[in-house]
Design a binder for this molecule. Structure first.
Ligand SMILES: Cc1cc2nc3c(=O)[nH]c(=O)nc-3n(C[C@H](O)[C@H](O)[C@H](O)COP(=O)(O)O)c2cc1C
Length: 201
């Protein structure tokens, strides 16, 4: 590559690069910041952690899918997402409630990997209250199909059923694995019942 080409590439890369962030030094503050960002992601559609990958295990087979973060509670160490009560993931988590949530935020340059215990919400009044808020929005469609997720169709398309299949899943966080990618050196820390710990990225 010519020297002109490579300097143009560098200029273009530096235009595209995000400004370097100041780095949090204390493990305690990093954990607090992670929860603040999770709470923000549950409110803000554009946050990088809003869509997470949820992995579950059935027998010897891993399953993974995207879910939308709907709630985060730092005090309770709990995340919340919604699903169709007929979805295979719900049956899988009832058989084996241990799962992993994974998310990457480009703006933060942070990945979180959370080991969780998945529990369906049983408080019927809480579920009704959340459904009452959701039912007037376009997202309500996701819980109104007469067919269960994964059922075969002859034509793709939306058919609206007469009853909802809305359910709430609580993900109780057992440990949080934080990874920061940074030009001056990547950092990783583990927050679990054993306490906070720096680990090799
Ligand atoms: C951006 C995005 C967000 C999604 N959010 C959810 C969600 O919050 N809850 C959900 O059940 N499925 C969500 N889905 C669909 C799932 O990824 C998955 O296809 C569906 O739930 C069936 O998964 P299962 O067969 O593992 O139950 C989302 C998909 C995408 C692409």
């Amino acid at each position: 590559m010519s020297s002109e080409g490579s300097s143009r590439d560098r200029r273009s890369a530096s235009r595209n690069a995000l400004p370097p962030r100041s780095r949090i030094e204390s493990l305690r503050l990093i954990e607090t910041a992670c929860w603040q960002e999770l709470e923000r992601a549950a409110r803000e559609r554009e946050h990088g952690w809003r869509i997470m990958t949820l992995a579950t295990v059935e027998g010897e087979q891993a399953h993974a899918r995207s879910v939308t973060l709907r709630g985060a509670d730092a005090a309770a160490q709990r995340l919340v997402f919604y699903t169709d009560d007929r979805s295979p993931k719900l049956a899988q988590m009832k058989r084996n409630p241990l799962g992993t949530l994974l998310a990457w935020c480009r703006q933060l340059s942070w990945q979180v990997r959370l080991q969780v215990r998945l529990v369906q919400e049983t408080d019927a009044s809480l579920v009704s209250e959340r459904w009452a808020r959701l039912r007037m929005t376009p997202a309500a469609q996701d819980y109104l199909s007469p067919l269960a997720p994964g059922e075969p169709l002859t034509h793709p398309g939306q058919e609206r059923g007469s009853r909802e299949h809305f359910s709430i899943v609580n993900a109780e966080v057992l440990s949080l694995d934080w990874l920061e990618l940074h030009p001056e050196g990547h950092r990783r820390a583990l927050f679990s019942a054993g306490g906070p710990q720096w680990v090799q990225p």
